[in-house]
Design a binder for this molecule. Sequence first.
Ligand code: NAD
Length: 354
Amino acid sequence: MDLLDHTILGAFPEYDGHEAVYEYKNPEIGLHGYIALHNTTLGPANGGTRYWTYGTATDGLRDALALSRAMTYKCALAGVPYGGGKAVIIAPTSGKSQELFQTYAKRINELQGRFLTGQDVGLDAQDIATMQAESPFVMHAAAGNLGPWAARGVFAAIQATLTALFASDAVAGRTFAVKGLGNVGSELCSLLITHGGRVFAADTDPQKAAMMQQRYPSLTIVAPEKIHRIPVDIYAPCALGKELTRDRIHELDCKAVCGAANNQLADDTASEQLYERSILYVPDYVANAGGLINVVESFAADGYREERVTKRVHDIRQTTAHILEQANTERCSPHRIAEMLAQTIIAEKMFQKG
Ligand code: NAD
């Protein structure tokens, strides 16, 4: 693997003094991608591997840089002893193969445990099983489906957001728009509806939308391109990243944004734009930490304990409340406060380590 030069990486807006960024390549089998280790002060870098068709290799590198940085903040604020990392495999035109994942897993082994990885967008259980056979640093699926845990975390963050908005965490009578009815979005809808929320939802997959509609007759399905414009209390993006573009923020008709999708802000100005529009934004890495919390529990020295996961996921509510309160006091965006809090946690650890 090639360690990329910091002076070259510095040209990318997503670069944030990452500890190490590697490029791996094996043209014979179509393997090409990046492993970004953002910060390992709190522990080994932890982050999924994304398998995606990128326009250019640079797009893949930039995705790894941005996602690994968010993982550092996610781990810090979720109180888990890991740092931030992320890997991308640039999907080859030849498609997936066993050899591709076996060779990739061997590249992970070269990092000797500095990077622990698992499933992210584009990888299925079979791909992970192939990687696990080659590497002890690929997390196994003992933690089960992460979607419900991620949804519970987002729900906890939503309760804190409702309290900040209305001085009450009651979901009943409030309105929500959920974009994406996959693992997390569908579970989130269930939680909101069973707690009495009025929910609008959208998915580009009509089958998923129809299934949810059948399960919950009170759910209102709307077109994916309209969901962010529905007048609601809280908009919950649970589809893909880069959701909050300048144009889309302009079109939002909600009081707050709190959802599961990773990397929701399209660029650095998005959180300020939301702030200027008086829309509370709960940073994605704060709200969506439930899946991570559950997965790292599989590595706990004293074994997996569901009650510890439940408590940590529930704590997302307190973390969110603290960030929103602080943002209100300091008159700045919650995104800025969340970054500052995470940086403080990391700085304190560095200080302890001497
Ligand atoms: P998923 O693939 O199961 O679901 C995503 C859904 O979004 C799919 O049903 C897809 O059809 C839909 N979708 C895609 N583009 C859309 C669009 N333009 N409009 C409406 N719907 C669209 O993924 P997931 O596991 O539910 O994760 C959702 C998001 O949350 C992702 O960004 C993921 O990175 C993030 N996340 C997931 C977890 C987890 O544990 N699964 C944890 C943290 C964060």
